[in-house]
Design a protein around this ligand. Structure first.
Ligand code: NDP
Length: 322
């Protein structure tokens, strides 16, 4: 089968299209013929070596497709089912061994390109706003990278709860998309950011900042919080945040900082199903709009990573096997 293999850590050029053997599904796995594959920032962290993974490996974590074989211990799925997943290493491939424990049925009416990119970013947006800092109606929050994959979904979920969302973006096109998603105000990054956030909140600051940008925004995020506000640092698109002097949390107003990850918010089948259903049902009902900003052939994974890291993408992006 065709797959994207990483044999050394490095830039996007290490994503090498290759012919490899089909994966062998275990007793608890499904073998899935992929229809579309989600491309996420975490794929770049594994590629560069920021997150460790044994080499060589087939890239990717997320996708959707049709079950072609079922492991002997699996009871809840059958051949022909259309499933999606957010946590199956080796997903940049024509076939993927997906642990049944992380597979979710795709509802009718959700197209493959949407199903492929809904779960990882969608369940992240869901746990950020429902669980990591459950913002209340009337509160104001700040969401960085408002036109990104997570950003567009998080903004919609927050706005639907009656939360006032301020976002940051880098271009006019991204500003328009962020407004469409329900942002109350859209700002640019830079030295003036926290002052502008305070201006918009009557000097008080926001209840929470959802920060997936990391190194470049962390200081402004802390400075934008109200007293006892929460900084949810959930990513590092601009690089990892250096060690933090905890005294800054005291000086900033008895602040909270959390550094969550999706795996800890889908700890069992019940929690996974709750979040996945919430995302898929909302997409199927048309109340959550998932923007697939770009679709690339599987062999063009290198270009997809260049575009993602080069801030050229909006919404989610996917790879499609040819
Ligand atoms: P996005 O589609 O949001 O792409 C990243 C965006 O970040 C860019 O489009 C860009 O938007 C912004 N950005 C700002 N500075 C930089 C920079 N220096 N380099 C690159 N991008 C920059 O990606 P995802 O939706 O896939 O992921 C968003 C974040 O969420 C990532 O940090 C990811 O790791 C994290 N994440 C965390 C999870 C968790 O559970 N902890 C799960 C899923 C995602 P602009 O041009 O407008 O600035």
């Amino acid at each position: 089968m065709r797959a994207i293999v990483v044999s050394e850590n490095g830039g996007p050029e290490v994503l090498a299209p290759a012919e490899v053997a089909d994966p062998l599904p275990g007793a608890d796995d499904l073998l899935v013929a992929t229809e579309a594959i989600g491309v996420n920032f975490i794929d770049t962290y594994f590629r560069t070596g920021l997150y460790a993974r044994d080499l060589p490996y087939v890239a990717g974590e997320e996708g959707t497709g049709v079950v072609v074989e079922v492991g002997s211990a699996v009871t809840e799925f059958g051949v022909g089912d259309r499933v999606a997943w957010a946590a199956a290493p080796g997903s940049y491939a024509e076939k993927v061994a997906v642990p049944a424990a992380v597979a979710v049925d795709v509802p009718a009416g959700v197209a493959p390109e949407q199903a492929a990119s809904a779960l990882l970013q969608g369940m992240t947006a869901h746990y950020l706003i429902e669980s990591a800092y459950p913002a209340r109606p009337g509160e104001t929050v700040l969401v960085h990278a408002g036109a990104g994959g997570v950003g567009l979904l998080l903004t919609q979920l927050a706005a639907a709860k009656g939360v006032k969302v301020i976002t940051t973006v880098s271009t006019d096109e991204k500003e328009a998309l962020s407004r469409e998603a329900g942002a109350w105000r859209v700002l640019r990054y830079g030295a003036e950011l926290s002052r502008k956030v305070r201006e918009l909140t009557g000097g008080e600051g926001v209840a929470a900042v959802y920060d997936g940008v990391g190194k470049d925004t962390f200081d402004a995020s802390l400075e934008s919080l109200r007293i006892r506000g929460t900084l949810v640092l959930f990513g590092a698109a601009s690089g990892p945040v250096p060690p933090l002097d905890l005294q800054r949390l005291n000086a900033g107003g008895s602040l909270f900082v959390t550094r969550p990850t999706l795996a800890h918010y889908v700890r069992d089948r019940e929690e996974l199903t709750w979040r996945a259903r919430a995302v898929f049902d909302a997409i199927a009902a048309g109340t959550l709009r998932l923007r697939v900003g770009a679709s690339y052939p599987l062999d063009a994974a290198e270009r997809a990573h260049r575009d993602l890291e080069g801030r050229k993408t909006t919404g989610s992006i996917v790879l499609v096997p040819q």
